[in-house]
Design a protein around this ligand. Structure first.
Ligand code: PMP
Length: 355
């Protein structure tokens, strides 16, 4: 605390990202990074860009990347907004589109950055409990006696549960709230869920956010984007251009374009992660864990006889890091990122010993 702080800063409780320890031989399964590297073509493009023109500012409109993403998703380049990681895209969306009377509705268990952005931008949060099985109930987001949403956001698949909402249910939420922006945060969609991008053409209130951090294995490059109809894009561009004209540097733009163009590498990487996930689910189920159905590159698990915090601590003693959350409803769970087959095998062996 300091007298020099602006009043809003006193009230902030910042988001705490998963730790990034700099230790050798650590099995790091705590921040949902991809276990294999990015497309070699992306790495080459970053090298080339570094040798080329770093003296110059990058394209403030990121046109080449927007066109590459538009071609990939079958939309117009004018329907794509890009930013410095999807966290920044989300932040701009909170400010530009999600601050309305009625508050912002989101699941009680979801991405913990949402309440932080609410605090930062003075948005009233309205949490909607997940069902007992941790699935999202679409009906709970429709206008009802208790009121109607000013705006809605949820991850699909949800984080940290990994559970996916079928596209028809997503559409019910979007169609049932024509007065409100619905932001579907699809950070993990490429690992087995259905994307709502195909609905953008029909719904002016739908915004879909994606990231290069997970399925494209470029968390270190910081690239995210959103797809929606032009009026939503204009609001995001207005905020972005009132904040930072160049959120994506030349290396990020070059790497991201090359990654999008390497469709074969992308698909193969997602398929490998999903295959390892199914093996890990089977192995942990055999050890007595309850594993929520996952369409993401992580799984959410609990054991009937062992507390999540205790298991997390014991894994840590064996140099395996997973994520534990303190929220009451999910205190017994661990969120485990899908690693390489060898890392997952080491995790299973460690858990066998601990149990
Ligand atoms: N949305 C969700 C649901 C996430 O879990 C994350 C990763 N922490 C993000 C968005 C942000 O990802 P990034 O900023 O790396 O694009």
């Amino acid at each position: 605390m300091s007298q020099f702080w602006s009043p809003v800063v006193h009230r902030l409780t910042p988001y705490v990202p998963g730790e990034q320890p700099q230790l050798d031989n650590l099995i790091k399964l705590n921040t949902n990074e991809h276990p294999w590297g990015p497309s070699p073509k992306a790495v080459q493009a970053i090298h080339d860009a570094a040798n080329d023109s770093l003296r110059l500012y990058p394209d403030p409109n990121a046109d080449t990347l927007k066109h590459a993403l538009a071609a990939h998703h079958g939309v117009q380049a004018s329907q794509v907004f890009v930013g410095n990681g999807s966290d920044e895209v989300l932040a701009h969306a909170f400010m530009a589109l999600l601050n309305h009377p009625g508050g912002l509705w989101f699941p009680d268990i979801s991405y913990s950055f949402y309440p932080v952005y609410c605090q930062l931008y003075g948005i009233t949060p309205h949490t909607v409990p997940l069902r007992d099985d941790f699935s999202i109930c679409a009906d709970d987001y429709l206008p009802q006696d208790g009121g109607r949403a000013g705006a809605i956001i949820f991850p699909n698949p949800n984080a940290p549960t990994g559970r996916a909402l079928p596209l028809a249910e997503v559409e019910r939420i979007v169609a049932g709230n024509p007065q409100a922006v619905v932001l579907v945060d699809e950070a993990y969609v490429d690992f087995g869920a259905e994307s709502a991008v195909q609905l953008v053409e029909r719904y002016p209130n739908l915004l879909v956010a994606h990231t290069f951090s997970k399925s494209r294995s470029l968390a270190g490059l910081r690239v995210g984007y959103a797809i929606g109809q032009a009026p939503l894009m204009e609001a995001l561009e207005r905020v972005k251009n009132s904040f930072n004209s160049y959120p994506l540097d030349r290396l990020a733009l070059a790497g991201a374009v090359a990654s999008v163009e390497d469709q074969a590498y992308f698909k193969e990487g997602c398929a490998k992660v999903m295959a390892v996930r199914e093996t890990l689910v089977a192995d942990l189920t055999a050890l007595g864990f309850e594993v929520l159905p996952s369409a993401a590159n992580f799984i959410f698990v609990q054991h009937p006889l062992h507390a999540g915090a205790e298991l997390t601590a014991q894994l840590r003693e064996r140099a395996i890091i997973v994520r534990h959350f303190k929220q009451a409803r999910i205190r017994n769970f661990m969120r485990i990122t899908i690693g390489t087959p060898a890392q997952c095998q080491a995790l299973v062996e460690a858990l066998k010993q601990i149990l």
